[in-house]
Design a protein around this ligand. Structure first.
Ligand code: NDP
Length: 292
């Protein structure tokens, strides 16, 4: 069997077109332009690439992009003051503080200072709590993108056996909450899970968010399973996922590649969340096809 390659790049391009169309309609009909503020502290090379790419795609979607770059030794008070100004700025509908932050800054204090209505990454405790309790939330972009790909591939996820490998607050936990809300039967695996290959072998849906190059191999996979690879690992062989694509593609029913799978979906979902936040801030209905 050779698995279907899930083309996240194409799906994300479609999603960005949808966002751009609805942004244009918002401007035409209501004279409102969504704005996304991205805050970068320090000069982490990967973060700089992500921030530039977010800014570029925000502008391409017809939205306003506000970039705030602070030096690596900026104080927590400076950062909190900036977040406070952005919270109060009515031209800013979404705020994203690029992680990781330098060690001297308390990440969770900064993230939780972001207004829940502008928290387009969905990382505040308020949004995580809403997601966990089934209330309307801003859903973290990477798991949101994974869920869109899964729904597109499989349709109804009710009763499906899903295994999420990884329990981080930004990927694994919200992914598990989303799959639970879709009525899948969800197992969350992590570094203390015993017999991980056996656990994964029962899954019809596997989401790998571990950060270990090519850890999941074909012999772990139930024939026909759908495999979503969140991993982004920089190795001497270039960018690779957490899944060994070649061996898994021989057994799975469908699989996302790295690059070109989940990665492009993350930024597209960030744009979608910014438009959603803007509509909600203005008392308008949620945009079509961009929320769950
Ligand atoms: P974290 O490091 O925060 O979490 C990794 C998780 O994997 C932890 O829960 C950890 O378990 C678990 N884990 C580590 N080693 C093993 C192991 N040997 N067996 C089973 N579980 C293990 O990572 P993130 O969730 O932030 O990111 C995961 C991956 O996804 C990374 O490669 C990251 O680069 C990528 N990523 C990609 C994005 C995209 O846009 N495509 C966005 C965000 C992340 P424990 O909790 O026990 O330590």
């Amino acid at each position: 069997m050779t698995a279907t390659r899930i083309d996240g790049k194409a799906y994300a391009a479609e999603l960005r077109r949808n966002v751009a169309d609805q942004v244009a309609a918002l401007k035409r009909d209501h004279d409102i332009i969504p704005g996304l503020a991205v805050v970068l502290v320090g000069e982490d090379p990967a973060s700089q690439i992500y921030v530039s790419s977010k800014g570029k795609q925000t502008v391409e979607a017809g939205m306003k992009s506000f970039e705030h770059r602070l030096p690596a030794d900026a104080s927590q008070a400076d950062l909190l003051a900036l977040v406070g100004r952005l919270n109060a700025d009515s031209s800013v509908h979404g705020i994203l503080v690029q992680l990781p932050l330098p060690d001297h800054i308390n990440e969770s204090e900064v993230i939780n200072a972001i207004s829940v209505r502008k928290d387009v990454d969905g990382f505040t405790v308020a949004n995580s709590g809403r997601l966990a309790t089934g209330q309307r939330a801003m859903v973290p972009c990477t798991p949101l993108g994974c869920l869109m790909l899964l729904r597109d591939q499989l349709g109804d996820l009710s009763g499906k056996e899903a295994v999420v490998i990884g329990r981080s607050n930004i990927v694994g936990k919200p992914m598990a909450a989303l799959l639970t809300a879709e009525n899948a039967t969800v197992t969350v695996a992590h570094s203390r899970t015993k017999d991980l290959p056996d656990v994964v072998r029962r899954a019809e849906i596997v989401v790998a968010a571990v950060g270990r190059p090519k850890m999941v191999t074909g012999d772990w996979i139930r024939p026909g399973a759908t495999v979503i690879d969140v991993g982004i690992n920089r190795t001497d062989d270039g960018l690779v996922g957490d899944v060994d694509y070649d061996s898994v593609a021989g057994v799975a029913g469908a699989i996302t590649p790295v690059p070109g799978g989940v990665g492009p979906m993350t930024i597209a979902c960030l744009l979608a969340n910014t438009l959603t936040a803007c509509c909600r801030a203005n008392g308008l209905p949620d945009p079509e096809g961009l929320t769950l």
